[in-house]
Unconditional design. Structure first.
Length: 152
């Protein structure tokens, strides 16, 4: 019996099916942060050791490498998890606070250079923009709307 299109089916994959598999594979790699340029390990993304100079990030005041996300009940579980993973990968670790369902503030004590603040802004935006989260970056007493800066 011929398929609906009237063409006999010989069991081979069609070119369009192969393209769909290639696109799905590329999307999977892009969403997981992998690239075809070379191997990526979790050590590159999240360091195993937290420097003794790390401060903040933990509501208890201890520096144990774990981040407490303040106000995580105000947002989605995914956004809270992404914010936590992002913060744990920073040196020094920032304090994380969701101000509402779509706004998060990453705060560091004074001492980050302008370049470090910009780098952190871009990475935070990349981590959370897909969830529709507006990112604020605070260094000492200064605060900037990272999302507005990146989006221009």
């Amino acid at each position: 019996m011929a398929p609906l299109g009237g063409q006999p089916h010989d069991g081979a994959m069609t070119t369009s099916a192969l393209r769909l598999f290639a696109i799905a594979g590329a999307l999977t790699m892009a969403l997981t942060g992998c690239s075809t340029a070379g191997p990526v390990t979790t050590d590159d993304i999240l360091p195993d050791v937290v420097d003794a100079g790390d401060t903040g990030g933990d509501a208890s005041g201890e520096n144990d490498g774990e981040v407490t996300v303040i106000g995580e009940d105000l947002t989605s579980t995914t956004a809270a998890l992404l914010a936590k993973v992002y913060a744990e990968g920073r040196d020094p670790i920032p304090t994380v606070e969701f101000l509402d369902a779509t706004t998060v503030r990453f705060a560091w004590p004074a001492g980050l250079t302008e370049q470090q603040a910009l780098d952190n802004c871009q990475i935070a935006y990349g981590a959370l923009s897909g969830e529709g989260i507006r990112v604020l970056i605070a260094v000492g007493d200064a605060e900037a709307d990272c999302t507005a800066e990146v989006e221009g």
